[in-house]
Design a protein around this ligand. Sequence first.
Ligand SMILES: *Cc1c(COP(=O)(O)O)cnc(C)c1O
Length: 444
Amino acid sequence: MPIPIENIGTEGDQVLCAEQRIRSTSLPHEWPGVHFVDSDEVAAVTRVAQAASPFRFYGPDLQEETKKLEAEFAAYVGRKYALGVNSGTAALQIALASLGVGPGCEVILPGYFWVATVGAVVRSGAIPVLVDSDETWSLDPQKVEEKITSRTKVIITVHMGGVIGRVNELVAIAKKHGICLLEDCAQAVGASQHGVKAGSFGDIAIYSFQLNKHMTSGEGGMIVADNKTLYDRCMAVHDLGYPRNSEGRLITNEPESQMWGIGSRMSELTAAFARPQLKKLDRICAAMRGAKNVIRKAISPIDGLSLRTVLDPQGDAGSFLIVTCPTRAISLDFIKALHQEGIRGEQGGLYPIHMDDWGLHIYYNIPSLVNKRGTCPGVKSVWELAENRHSDQSYEKGACPRLDDMLDRSIIMSIASALADSDISDIVSAFTKAADKILGGKFD
Ligand SMILES: *Cc1c(COP(=O)(O)O)cnc(C)c1O
């Protein structure tokens, strides 16, 4: 429900008086899949509850929701195998394990991600190697190549905010050097680039169905791959470290398939909720993309504002808008002006914030990374392991200069899947008015 904007605190920013400001009520919350929940999800979850079979591998009246979701998801992305898990974080750890990442390995990744991405690398015992971003806000392929060493095992590309960067160049570099490419598609389910879906470029890809993602089951995730060995390893690691037979029971007499598991199976309730969400995914993304592209088109002529490079706007999932100002001071004034116009969200909404406030999405905001903490107090950190001693990485601000500069001057705003045309035109008007006020004259 929209609430009066006077009631929405934005750290001391005052709104203009009612006659002067553009909006008087909050914009809709961002959780994209939530706006689309209806009787389909209710019926699906009820079906599992009535069957009293919430476990995926066996039970009194197994509905095989997880198995069906996996088949539907694999078909949607265009990969051979899909494995449902209980979170994107777990999916990352499982995927890295399946690729053989451990102490002595280096994993290349960008500095703009989510804490779970780098956390999975550290948990695996490998060294995260940060590489700077380009104007797509994704990995700069040329800089990736410069950072490859004999220890580089995997490149992780993170499709942040529903947009895919120069992924084909990354594929070529990975191939050339015989290393693997993992796509973190937690923020990109439903996105594509020139008709190719996010998650079908690399050797393996992961997704999240947490509440903020494009489709949701509250918690949940997916891993996709075409390689049967990778899939089998993920299957074992996501469970108890052992494969299962056709009755869903563990197979313990095949030494070559024995690993250690992390207990991240998907519940049948989760899968039941996620299946109708997957069916709605293209509609959800079309709503966000449509709104975002209208806003981008309207504000792109404003001198002084620059927009993130989106290589294929038709494949943008549309969930986030990033706008870069000429200086940090201007970006801060700009956000303030937008807030004053009433461009505010309900509690917890991102309407809009400075990139600095984007918390654990940015490498230098993660204290455990900057300070190279161990996985538990009293345990040697991965940076102290003998196998990793060669690595001398810094994670302090300055490690990714281009990204740092973009972050310093940029605003991020979520694009809800439920924006009305009037909401979209309010956003455009507020940007135009703020630009007149703050950039007026200076950048003509
Ligand atoms: C949300 C997210 C994850 C983790 O997914 P969870 O399901 O919340 O564990 C990983 N990577 C990125 C880029 C994310 O945005």
